[in-house]
Design a protein around this ligand. Structure first.
Ligand code: TMP
Length: 199
């Protein structure tokens, strides 16, 4: 099973991915968790390139797809074969939102490229953490080129994630609540999906 966390900057994806790993651990379930871009040493190297200022959007997309391709082949497929739950902090929906919508490449074109490169894998469950960007950005110290963009960019990004979250796998989570409330909602959705007691 693959579970992805998506959403704008500062919405708490990494925190909730970690809480989920601890929850699976408590239930004795094997898991693998990583972030994108990043994960394997190779993809972490690509992450450094990806954050170069002024990159062409198609170059950005190609870097993401190279990173994802390595992750799919070397991390995701083996983990699934071993029966692990794979938790990914940003995945295909981030590519559709950032490069497809905000970057102007178009959702159809970006998805087609992912399909052609066999990097289009739909998670079983996707949590879209939703927080007003004005509030979310106060939770972080903006550092990379995306985080430093103007407020209107982050508002459009939020809307892009909400517009993309129409599949049966998508769960939009109001993440502007105390952390325990947010994680309780996420964990009970996972328990239901995994048919764990209490789910
Ligand atoms: P983060 O790990 O702090 O969320 O940073 C990852 C950044 O990379 C974030 O700003 C979103 C961006 N990104 C894309 O533009 N496209 C993608 O496909 C992914 C996975 C991330």
């Amino acid at each position: 099973m693959i579970i992805s966390f998506e959403g704008g900057e500062g919405t708490g994806k990494s925190t909730h991915a970690k809480i989920l790993c601890a929850h699976l651990e408590q239930h004795g379930l094997p898991w693998l968790s990583f972030r994108e871009p990043g994960g394997s040493p190779f993809s972490e190297d690509i992450r450094g390139l990806f954050f170069h200022e002024g990159l062409d959007t198609i170059t950005e997309l190609l870097l993401i797809l190279a990173s994802r391709r390595e992750n799919v082949v070397n991390l995701v497929r083996p983990a699934l074969e071993q029966g692990k739950v794979v938790i990914i902090d940003r995945f295909i929906d981030s590519t559709l939102a950032y490069q497809g919508v905000l970057g102007g490449l178009g959702i159809g074109r970006v998805r087609e490229l992912m399909e052609k490169t066999e990097t289009w894998i739909e998670p079983d469950l996707t949590f879209v953490l939703d927080v007003d960007p004005g509030r979310a950005l106060k939770r972080i110290v903006p550092g990379d080129k995306f985080e430093l963009r103007e407020p209107a960019y982050h508002q459009r990004l939020r809307q892009a994630f909400l517009d993309l979250a129409v599949g049966a796998r998508h769960c939009i989570i109001d993440a502007d609540r105390p952390r325990d409330q947010v994680s309780a909602e996420i964990l009970s959705a996972v328990d239901r999906e995994l048919q764990l007691p209490g789910g």
